[in-house]
Design a protein around this ligand. Structure first.
Ligand code: PRX
Length: 661
């Protein structure tokens, strides 16, 4: 992160709308129960106390949310930048997700409603089903010689077997490295080689927009020159023909056929690694983020229980992919740990049409939906008639993650999905953090576009480059100032980069302050508004402007569904703003509309933020997790080399970006 980039940012947009939570939601919420038990009068008092006394708080939460095989000696050992949470404790994630439920009435409660992409392909998995399948696979892995501490790479689509594979790996104390099934053979291979995995788990193929994706072929290609991989387990999903490597490949069903349905969980030290998840850095080689078991048995279930208020009878749908951290934490570990019922959907949101998600909600009575701004903007573009067609009255709470949610998209989500009455939990966090850091609670009055405040037990600030907290009303760097149980522990075999990426920046001011890489402002009431990644911030005539504010202003125009803005070097102003807009269905590009949009930004944010050029495009380039790739847009527009675009969800969108110099 370049030093000169971490200055204060201008604040252009002020959100005045406030949405108070309904009384019934507040009164019955899980967090209110805690507040009553502890005698806190207000949510803010509770947030302040728990964040200040975070060690005591997490010690208490660790006992409440996790079952320990051996109790921990101490809550925290913090030697910045290395934390040990719950040292001395021994625990098993697999035990916490499965064994403790099958001893109760939840044994035959549905854990997953697994909806395949082909219409009608639905499988239900109870906790007992998962327990049985996990144990058989765990025994199978042992029979292949997999030991505690070994790495196992998993390349599977959104089917319950992905969750089963993760739980089986952790059950025997091995470490999983899940790679998103939309990634290429090479991306898989690079990650397998970096982790030196001993086993690869994949499937023959899976469904995407009505076609099958030949995953096994890709896995073969990726692991062909990975000598550490001794075995490859192949789950049969589509039944398509696959190439076969004798001596290396084994069908999942053959491996587990004769395995016993019990396998004792290995209880590991609290700091034992649960998983590695590779996240792409701004440059070069992906970073292998390491997470530890003990903290993960505490943070994810606690945050899910408090933020999304899960009750025994809720049907939870986190519509992310398990290949990302959102799925690791909130499709696998947190909901299973809480004994919840969750929906898992294999396919594309627009297959066979844009009504698919809403039909799933209607069919299974989903009560809490958690998705991304990208998905919401996609539905905005398609038009509200798709969700209006279905009965969504089972929903009682909504959520958003992954990018700043434009206030207009927030309002659309609330209106068309949330019947104009549901609260939206905008959760800000990262692969590195493992859990939500900033988020509303069901008791929090909301402002569209704000992830509100640091959650109980978490500490985040907005700072200038010298480490001073910037006053309310101004913008700066998001800094996490204290450790928390689910935080990353290291980069896999790259301590130097770990230090450099997050900790060096403020080390001289205060060792242990974590630079998140995002910019945010706090409004007069202390509400956080994320302004975008530090590297995406614009600098116009000496004013640092968060890209997300300009994009949000564009999206607040009734014709615009999505926008991406980038800076173009300018001799006079330093940079001028170039906007790329995707129109909502029913709108035609025209010069008049261009002018309207530019004027709209001018009147919303002021002349300083008005784009000097605006282009209409059908789509903007995005990562497969839905983040707009502004760096690629900028390179294309400026006629520079865009680099490798194979990791994009829609590489064709790059071609459509016009050259503007
Ligand atoms: O820039 C922030 C954005 O996504 C980044 C983290 O990405 P990743 O590690 O892929 O994890 C995504 C799922 C947690 C952050 O640094 N981001 C995530 N959530 C939000 C967000 N930006 C604004 N608002 C959010 N709610």
């Amino acid at each position: 992160m370049a030093e000169e980039k971490a200055a204060k940012t201008a604040v252009l947009m002020v959100e005045e709308r406030v949405f108070e939570p309904p009384k019934e939601l507040v009164e019955n919420s899980n967090v209110m129960q805690y507040m009553k038990e502890k005698g806190f009068k207000t949510e803010m008092e509770m947030r302040a106390w728990t964040s200040k006394n975070y060690v005591e708080f997490w010690g208490e939460m660790a006992k409440k949310y996790a079952t320990w095989h051996k109790p921990f000696d101490k809550v925290l050992d913090w030697q910045p930048p290395y934390a040990k949470w719950f040292p001395g404790g021994e625990i098993s994630m697999s035990y916490n997700c499965l064994d403790r439920h099958i001893k109760t009435w939840r044994k035959n409660k549905v854990a997953y409603i697994a909806v395949g992409e082909p219409v009608g392909d639905v499988r239900l998995f109870t906790f007992w089903d998962l327990y049985r399948e996990v144990n058989k696979l765990a025994n199978g892995l042992k029979s292949l010689g997999v030991k505690e501490g070994d790495r196992v790479s998993i390349y599977l689509p959104m089917i319950p077997e992905l969750s089963i594979a993760m739980l089986a790996v952790t059950r025997i104390g091995a470490i999983h490295s899940v790679v998103f099934s939309g990634f290429s053979a090479k991306a898989y291979g690079d990650r397998v080689k970096d982790a030196e995995s001993v086993v690869s788990i994949t499937c023959d193929g899976f469904w995407r927009r009505g076609k099958t994706v030949p995953l096994k072929t890709q896995a073969d290609e990726g692991t062909a020159d990975a000598p550490s991989v001794k075995h490859q387990i192949v789950y049969k999903r589509t039944g398509q023909e696959v190439p076969w490597n004798k001596g290396k490949d084994i069908w999942w069903h053959d491996l587990v056929a004769d395995q016993p349905i019990h396998c004792d969980p290995v209880f590991v030290d609290s700091e034992h690694r649960l998983y590695i998840l590779y996240t792409s850095g701004t440059t070069g080689k992906p970073k292998g983020i390491e997470h530890a078991v003990g903290g993960y048995c505490v943070g994810p279930p606690q945050t899910l229980h408090w933020v999304f208020d899960l009750k025994e009878e809720d049907v939870w749908w986190c519509a992310a992919d398990i290949g990302w951290v959102t799925g690791h934490s909130y499709i696998v570990y947190a909901p299973l740990s809480l004994g919840s019922t969750g929906v898992m959907y294999e396919g594309s949101p627009d297959f066979p049409d844009f009504g698919r998600w809403w039909k799933i909600i209607q069919d299974y009575g989903v009560s809490v939906l958690y998705t991304s701004p990208t998905a919401i903007r996609m539905f905005m573009k398609a038009g509200p008639e798709w969700c209006d067609k279905y009965d969504l009255t089972s929903l009682r709470l909504l959520g958003s993650v992954g990018e700043p949610i434009n206030p207009e998209a927030w309002m659309w989500y609330r209106k068309h999905v949330g019947r104009d009455e549901l609260q939206i939990m905008d959760t800000w966090w990262q692969t590195e953090t493992g859990t939500f850091i900033n988020s509303p609670l069901p008791t929090t009055p909301l402002k569209p576009g704000s992830c509100t405040f640091p959650l109980p037990g978490y500490n985040a600030e907005v700072m200038d480059e010298a480490g001073n907290i910037v006053p309310y009303g101004e913008g700066g760097n998001v800094v996490i100032t204290e450790p928390y149980p689910s935080m990353l522990r290291a980069f896999y075999r790259d301590p130097e980069r770990y230090m450099k990426t997050y900790w060096n920046y403020y080390w001289k001011v205060h060792p242990g302050w974590y630079l998140a890489g995002d910019q945010a402002r706090r409004d007069k009431d202390g509400y956080f508004f994320i302004q975008g990644r530090i590297d995406d911030v614009l600098n116009v005539a000496g004013h640092r402007i968060g890209n997300s504010e300009v994009e949000s202003a564009l999206v607040s125009h009734p014709s615009c569904a999505e926008a991406a803005v980038v800076g173009k070097p300018d001799e006079v102003k330093g940079e001028v703003i170039i906007a790329f807009c995707v129109l909502r269905s029913g709108n035609e590009p025209s010069d008049k509309l261009k002018k309207d949009l530019v004027n709209h930004v001018k009147s919303t944010l002021g002349g300083i933020a008005s784009p000097s050029e605006l282009h209409f495009v059908n789509d903007v380039p995005k990562t497969r997790s839905g983040k707009i790739m502004r760096r690629i847009i900028k390179s294309k527009a400026l006629g520079k080399d865009v680099g490798d675009t194979s990791s994009l969800a829609n590489p064709e969108a790059v071609d459509a970006i016009p050259k503007i110099v």
